[in-house]
Design a protein around this ligand. Structure first.
Ligand SMILES: [Zn+2]
Length: 226
């Protein structure tokens, strides 16, 4: 009886450590024009979300490369890992505790590969979000929360942001996935420029695919570009 209890506790502890179960992984490769800097991504994709349809994901990545081509950057490779997130992680993401800091910390365990940026693409089994943890936001959060640095170079997007449905006035070339990625690559914040990818403005025509020379210069300083 004692032994049984021990084994049961042990296996529960093991399960609690793993934020997901991986069902499939594949590497998508893309041609990048001569002279462009290359970007590799790791994407942890909820297997039940729209993001898990590889054709849709390829469309997103192609659009992202189209936007980043203004800075002569292209996505060359994406490691796509389809997973089922554990009930504990989903519960934590749905019950954020401001005293403990972002529950997303639970996703940043030993199961991750080294490649950064890493994107977590989920559906609405967690609260709607489109967020990126870049150097500046980590610095800001670190003053109060010790564990938060593990979130560096990660971004988190739910499937309602896969298209521009959340931004009715956005230009067709705008893309939330790329917006979050640019937060990370260039350690960028928002600017009040119409038609810009990182605009702080809302309304018709405000959100677009534009990137200024200054934003491109910042993006090109990313240590993640080859
Ligand atoms: Zn933003």
């Amino acid at each position: 009886m004692k032994l049984f209890t021990f084994i049961l506790l042990f296996s529960t502890a093991l399960q609690a450590q793993s934020p997901w179960q991986e069902s499939q992984r594949e590497t998508l490769e893309f041609a990048v024009p001569e002279g462009f800097r290359k970007l590799q991504l790791q994407l942890i994709v909820d297997e039940e979300s729209d993001w898990a349809h590889v054709a849709l994901l390829q469309k997103t990545l192609a659009k992202s490369s189209r936007i980043l081509s203004r800075c002569r950057v292209g996505i060359s490779q994406a490691l796509v890992r389809k997973v089922r997130f554990s009930a504990e992680v989903i519960h934590a993401l749905n019950n954020q505790d401001p005293y403990k800091g972002p529950s997303e910390v639970l996703l940043m365990g030993a199961d991750l590969e080294a490649t950064r940026p890493v994107g977590f693409l989920m559906d609405l089994k967690r609260p709607s979000t489109a967020a990126a943890f870049n150097r500046t936001s980590i610095r800001r959060l670190s003053t109060t929360l010790s564990q938060v640095h593990v979130l560096a170079e990660s971004f988190h997007i739910t499937s309602d942001y896969r298209t521009n449905q959340r931004f009715p006035g956005a230009l067709a070339g705008y893309d939330t996935f790329t917006h979050e990625l640019a937060h990370l690559l260039g350690d960028l914040g928002h600017i009040p420029v119409r038609g810009n990818l990182m605009t702080s403005l809302d309304g018709r025509g405000a959100k677009g695919p534009g990137l200024t020379p200054e934003q491109c210069a910042a993006i090109l300083t990313s240590p993640h570009l080859n």
